[in-house]
Design a binder for this molecule. Structure first.
Ligand SMILES: [Zn+2]
Length: 465
């Protein structure tokens, strides 16, 4: 009995102090719950956005991005290979930020090292107090290749010459383990995109010498993933051509007729009161808008398999040429030296009888049948390999957008829609969005010498007949 009482007695004694550990426990749980739900202790790790394979060299840094829902605290980048390890970047960020674009320059000892393959480890932490106040951690590993070797470019075959305003064919080889981009730059930012041709590493493209460009300098440019660049200048025999100039009277009848009709068809120019301003707007601004559309619709390069062959274009039978390509037109009002506007004529005008048949001389896909301002109703055809034809001022179009057209098919009828005074066709040819001298593509001999023979020559060299 006495023992029992003692037990009871001791338990009675402790009952006051028993409260303290419970309180402490509650406090700890409370703090834990607070921490668990507090934004200061958030648990979402940062995100590291980097490719799995990175090519770099001493000129081209390693680039990646870190994001976090709250704030990024630090970042560390380690390179390792065969037991060797280098910390090439370590940074604590003082200002809070949810996104960091990081560029890490490769140290010279690594850029010039014999070891080309490394494991790249990126470690990022956020500013959360979670993880014993260290923050949430994210790790990303990637393969890093030190690449100091620029792509190898070799010419295989090219057209014997190029006319100012004309076209040429270029076939070449571009080799690199990580080729990123390849194009032919002819100057002034005009670029042509080649397509893969028959054999691995072989590329082909049509190029154009824009008719109003003086500093034509065609160069094959190849860029790899580490931004090593190879520029291969093309030594193409250049044939200069002087394009005509012509003076055209802008009569009141013309301005009050066609020009006003066109201005009224477009809300951008419909309210121009002054007739000279109206003429300028149609001849320059509206023309630019219409030509921008044409360039856009003809800029894509549709690849082909097997052989790309083209027959001479003859859109209109019994045709008479009424206006030349590349002519600079000066429009005067009243006195011949009162020039009010200028423009370039970037097609070949052919006339026959009224509403005559227009033929596509080659297979094609119809890319546009839109009424296009000064060009009127204008079917545009894609013949593949970046070559397009267009037929302006039609009275009617007999094909639909997206439709396949076969060589010899009638596609439209001549007319005088748009900025045309008599019934004719404005026949235009474009290479990747650049207007070219149509006469070349209308001659059998030129096509053989500058296109067909070049493909055949290249096929022999690459051993692909
Ligand atoms: Zn024309």
């Amino acid at each position: 009995m006495a023992r029992k009482r003692r037990v009871r007695g001791s338990s009675r004694k402790r009952s006051g102090s028993k409260f303290l550990p419970i309180l402490l426990l509650l406090l700890i749980i409370g703090a834990g719950v607070f921490a668990y739900f507090s934004p200061m202790f958030e648990k979402v790790p940062p995100k590291i956005i980097a490719p799995n394979l990175i090519s770099a060299n001493d000129k081209s840094p390693i680039k990646f991005t870190i994001t976090d829902n709250k704030s990024i605290k630090s970042c560390k980048v380690i390179l390792s290979s065969n037991g060797k390890e280098f910390t090439i970047y370590s940074q604590n960020f003082l200002l809070p930020s949810k996104k960091k674009d990081i560029e890490v320059k490769l140290p010279n000892e690594i850029a010039n090292s014999k070891i080309k393959n490394w494991v790249l480890t990126i470690i990022a932490r956020d500013s959360s107090l979670w993880g014993f106040f260290l923050g949430n951690k994210a790790t990303k590993q990637a393969k890093l290749i030190v690449d100091n070797t620029p792509p190898e470019v070799n010419l295989i075959a090219q057209s014997p010459s190029i006319l100012k305003g004309g076209s040429a064919l270029i076939i070449f080889n571009a080799k690199d383990n990580n080729l990123k981009n390849v194009y032919v730059d002819v100057g002034n930012g005009v670029k042509f995109k080649p397509i893969k041709y028959k054999k691995n590493g072989v590329y082909a493209t049509l190029i154009a010498w824009p008719f109003n460009m003086d500093n034509f300098n065609p160069t094959i440019v190849a860029v790899d993933s580490a931004n090593n660049i190879t520029k291969h200048q093309l030594h193409l025999n250049r044939i200069y051509k002087k394009y005509k100039v012509s003076k055209i009277r802008a009569s009141d009848r013309f301005i009050n007729g066609k020009i006003t009709e066109l201005a009224q068809s477009d809300s951008d120019y419909a309210n121009i009161k002054d007739k000279i301003e109206r003429f300028k707007a149609v001849n320059e601004l509206m023309r630019k808008k219409n030509e921008d559309y044409i360039h856009k619709m003809s800029s894509k390069v549709t690849p082909f398999s097997g052989k790309w062959s083209i027959k001479p274009f003859h859109p209109l039978r019994r045709a008479k040429q009424v206006s030349d390509f590349g002519t600079k037109r000066y429009y005067y009002y009243g006195s011949p030296d009162n020039i009010i506007s200028t423009s370039y004529h970037v097609g070949f005008d052919l006339a026959s009888v009224k509403h005559d048949n227009l033929y596509s001389s080659n297979n094609a896909i119809v890319v546009s049948t839109k009424n296009n301002g000064i060009y009127g109703n204008i079917p545009m055809l894609d013949h593949g390999f970046g070559l397009y034809t267009l037929y302006g001022h039609c009275s009617s179009i007999l094909v639909k957008k997206g439709e396949k057209v076969h060589a010899g098919e009638v596609i439209a009828k001549t007319g005088q829609s748009g900025l045309a005074l008599g019934d004719h066709v404005h026949f235009g040819i474009l290479v990747q969005g650049v207007e070219v001298y149509p006469l070349e593509w209308m001659k059998k001999d030129w096509i053989k010498k500058h296109i067909t023979d070049i493909f055949n020559k290249a096929d022999k060299i690459i051993g692909y007949n």
